[in-house]
Design a protein around this ligand. Structure first.
Ligand SMILES: N[C@@H](CCC(=O)NCCCC(=O)O)C(=O)O
Length: 267
């Protein structure tokens, strides 16, 4: 029965976007990058930025979600989550974000909620599932420097930096048709030990894992180390990934939102 006086599910799939935490002036703020919010809209979904959450609020939040989108951030995942001490104390951390995204990630995956994780979000996902990170990839023998040059213009920083090799037969291969391509690169941390169950989907020329998925999870999930949200509208690879994520969120919503089924179809 369709009761117009009752609240109904939004017309678009709702995607949770965990915020970062910054001190601005004298006070703490919750922030989310505009380009990530724009990317969620490009996926055809409704972004819902979440400031932070207590552990007991995670399922309540996921009850609202048709997808989870984990953004990049200048902050590092705190190494205590992979049993290491901080290597470079001059680099920013965001323990408030860690404390709720790390339990959020496995819970979202086991509930079959689609997940798209970018850069810091990619690293969080690996750690949340039991993997580890290099804290300074550039200091590891044989590995490249994957950081950007802050002195460069932003278009240069987010411009193509290196090629990635797509692993044949995986999700990325299926989505992109197997073509290798170039990606931007703005990270000092990187996957060291891949979490159990994660499948590498692409690698950098030095072997660093640049994308992974969790095949055992019931729904679409993809983590990428690069920034597909950057000028996504003009990037065919980015748009394929965002559309696939958005389609998965819409499928989740159709299957799981009672009120959506009652809603008259939009012509
Ligand atoms: N701090 C981590 C993750 C790097 C990252 O997410 N960079 C993007 C920051 C700015 C943006 O949101 O585009 C690392 O250094 O590995």
């Amino acid at each position: 029965m369709n009761r117009p006086d009752l609240p109904r599910a939004p017309a678009r799939a709702v995607v949770l976007v965990p915020a970062c935490n910054r001190i601005i002036g004298l006070h703490p703020f919750h922030v989310a990058g505009q380009k990530y919010i724009d990317a969620v809209r490009l996926a055809g979904c409704l972004p819902l930025v979440v400031p932070s959450a207590q552990a007991h609020e995670i399922d309540e939040l996921l009850d609202l979600a048709d997808g989870v989108f984990l953004t990049g951030s200048p902050s590092n995942v705190h190494p205590r989550h992979f049993d290491e001490v901080v290597h470079d104390p001059s680099l920013p951390l965001d323990p408030v974000r860690d404390d709720w995204t790390l339990p959020l990630i496995p819970r979202a995956l086991e509930r079959g909620i689609p997940l798209f994780a970018i850069c810091r979000g990619f690293q969080e996902t690996n750690v949340a599932l039991g993997g580890t990170l290099h804290q300074a990839v550039q200091e590891r023998p044989g590995l490249m420097d994957h950081r950007s040059d802050d002195a460069q213009a932003v278009d240069v920083q987010y411009g193509p930096a290196h090629a990635v090799s797509v692993v044949p037969g995986g999700l990325l291969d299926t989505l992109l048709g197997g073509a290798d391509f170039k990606v931007n690169s703005l990270h000092g941390q990187g996957v060291n030990r891949l979490a159990p169950g994660l499948r590498a989907e692409a690698t950098a020329p030095d072997g660093i894992i640049e994308a992974f998925s969790l095949p055992s999870a019931p729904a679409f999930n993809l983590g990428v180390q690069w920034h597909p949200e950057w000028q996504a509208r003009d990037n065919p690879v980015s748009m394929k990934l965002l559309r696939a994520f958005g389609d998965a969120c819409r499928s989740f919503r159709e299957l799981n939102r009672e009120s959506v089924r009652e809603r008259p179809r939009v012509p």
